[in-house]
Structures are given as structure tokens and as C-alpha cells.
Design a protein around this ligand. Sequence first.
Ligand code: FAD
Length: 293
Amino acid sequence: MQAPASRSVYIAPSLPAALDALDEGGAAAAPFAGGTWIMRAPIRHEPLKSLYVAIGKIPELRAIKVDADAVEVGAAVTHAALAATLAELAEFDVLTAAASRSANPAIRTMATIGGNLATTAFAAADCVPALLCLDADVEIASRGGPERTSLERFLTMRSTLAPGRLLHRIIVPRRGRRTVHARLPLRQAGDYPTAIVSLAVSLDEAGHVRTARVAVGSVEPVARRWQRLEHALVGHPLNAAKATDAAAELAGEFTGRDSPDVPAWYRVRVLPALVRRAVAALGSGAVGDEHGH
Ligand SMILES: Cc1cc2nc3c(=O)[nH]c(=O)nc-3n(C[C@H](O)[C@H](O)[C@H](O)COP(=O)(O)OP(=O)(O)OC[C@H]3O[C@@H](n4cnc5c(N)ncnc54)[C@H](O)[C@@H]3O)c2cc1C
């Protein structure tokens, strides 16, 4: 087992300094955000990098900007800070819940949103499905300049992100939707979730679903949208029983991931119940409108 103490850490004072250090370090270097995943590398028998570039002191990576049409979240914002800032914005209930229910209070003051999205082997990350259902984009920084892409695309490229690049910020559009995050921990709070359903809907004047986004996390190795269920919801009133039936019919498209604590089939089996819980929470008016009322 390698001892983290034998590695070097550079505390970057600015984004250009971090990018320079990452670029010069090449494949032997990586960003260090909250460290909650990196610190467990020896337990997972993963090699540590020779150089970690700590990004937690860079002001622009710790900023959250709330505008009328979008919220921009710096990659080094912690789960706790994100949940506190978004608490009054009902349209982001899904993300507030993801950030405030993941892990435990101590971890949430350290773990960052960027680390949550960038960790390739972490299927149970709460913020990934939450941000997928909110149609989030991400901005990647490098010495060559910024590159903006959808979170969906980022998830397909993050494991091959070239050295010298880092997640700079997450951009979440404001569309005044009703949103909810339903997660099933195995035994108790603090556990990794067995399965996650994140949901965002907009309704027309008649109360029918106009747009729906459903994202599923922790069931497969990488979270993804459940587009067939989205289609099944659109055009109908929010109805928990009908949504549950549709989810039960469509759940076969998921191939659950196996793990020592949860069998693959179980992760798929619980999806209809999570969909029911999510739709019931929206239909009950438990979430407010875009103004938070
Ligand atoms: C006991 C425990 C339980 C947990 N339970 C949950 C849970 O239920 N749900 C949940 O969502 N999370 C949970 N987490 C937290 C989860 O590990 C972190 O949210 C996240 O995956 C890592 O965030 P971090 O900031 O600590 O990243 P770090 O450990 O600093 O980094 C993780 C990886 O991401 C890379 N990285 C970090 N920031 C960037 C960036 N800006 N750009 C590019 N790459 C970057 C690093 O190089 C590294 O490879 C738990 C953690 C622990 C320890």
C-alpha cells in the first residue's frame, strides 16, 4: 500500500497556476479537490499520482453565481456550500437534495461538486443524475482556453481527459421546473445509494407534463437519462401509480451493476418504487414553483 505522505501536493493560488502545474506534471499529475475520493485510493488498490494540484484555494473555483437564466457553480464548491446556496431556489430541489443527502455532514464539507462529476469509477455519485436531469453543461479549462460541453458528453470523455485539463465550472439553466431527487441507501444515512432517480418536469396550463427529464444513478456504472420513461410521462398529468407502471415495464433496459453489498438485479428492481416516490413528491406539491413558493 502506498503512503500518501510520499507524494507531493502543490497548492495552486490561481487557475492559471493550477493549469500550468497540471500541464507540466502531465499524466503523473491530477487535481486534488476535497480529497475524499483520493484519500481512499490505497483502499481501492489504486496507484496514487506523484503530484496533486490542490484547487480548493482558487477563488473562482469556489464561487456560485446565481443569475436570472442560469446558475454557475465553481468545480471546487463543496456539497455543503452548494446545498446552502440553493436551498431557497425550489427549481433546484433535486440538486439541493443530492448535495445535502450524500455521504455524511463531515464529508459534505470537504467533497466538491467537481470531484463528484470527475470521479470515473464512482457510480453512486448523487450530483451526476441530479445535474443530468437539469440539462447541465460543464466548462473544462486548459492552457489552450475553455471548452464548454454537455454533462452528458463529459461523462463519456472524463476518463480520457487529457492531462493539463480540469473541470472549471458547471452551468445549470434555470427553467422553473419542478424537480426531485429520490435515492435509496442500503441501510442507513451515510451509505452509498443503491439506486437514484432524479426527475425534472414542466407542466402546461392543464397540469399535463410538457417536458420531462429522468436520470438514473448508481444502477449502471455511469448515470444516464431514462428517455423512454420521459416519453411515457409527457402529455399526461403527474400520476404516481401510472408512472410506476411505466417504470416497471421499461426497467428491463437497465443492466444493474454487481457489487459485494448489492446484487445487480436489486438495483433494477427498486427503480419503479423510486419513480413512484419521485412523482408522488412532485404531485403532492411538496416542491414549489420557479419562485420557490
Ligand atoms: C464515506 C463516504 C461516503 C460517501 N458517500 C457519498 C454518497 O452517498 N453520494 C455522493 O455523491 N458522494 C459520496 N461521497 C463523496 C464522494 O467521494 C465525493 O463527492 C466525490 O466523488 C469526490 O469529491 P472530492 O472533491 O473529494 O474529490 P477528490 O477526492 O479530490 O478527487 C476525486 C477525483 O476527481 C478528480 N478531480 C477533482 N476535482 C476535479 C476537477 N475540478 N477537474 C478534474 N478532475 C477533478 C481528482 O483528480 C480525482 O481523480 C462519499 C465519500 C465518502 C468518503
